[in-house]
Design a protein around this ligand. Sequence first.
Ligand SMILES: [Zn+2]
Length: 168
Amino acid sequence: MKEIRFPCHIYDISDAQKVYEQSEWELVKDYGEYTALPDKTVLHDNYNWDEGGRRLVRCRECGALILRQHSMYNDMYDGPDGYYKDWIPVTSAEEADLLNILWGSMELEQYPFRHFRGNNHDFFWTEGDEPKPYDPEELKKKIREVYSGLDVGKKKLLEQMISEAGRV
Ligand SMILES: [Zn+2]
């Protein structure tokens, strides 16, 4: 297997429309519509508005991993559906799993570094510094802070999810 590149080679392509049309991806993991504890307690949705979800994909060109969120709203007057796509570069499946636990749908959209974004048929690179990998230990600490209000039993389930991060 090719070495994982960070971030993906798409960062070398300034034309985001071209990125969307020409990049090819392999599905690694489907996180579905929401993130939940093993007992089905929902921690957060994985999309904004009406429907959507998150996936981890691998670039067929360079092996890079991208965590993606897709959000759609269904127009109430029979107009075209609207959507947002956000592609967040990650260094490992563990990092992706931890970010998926930590971030609600708005937080992922507000990823602070430059990233690929689609809004309906408009594709562009957001403003921001070049992406930096997150430290998994820091992410685990933040997850424990964010969900510190859970009861003891649910905290145990959360720890189970944390320890299983990165397993395929
Ligand atoms: Zn790539």
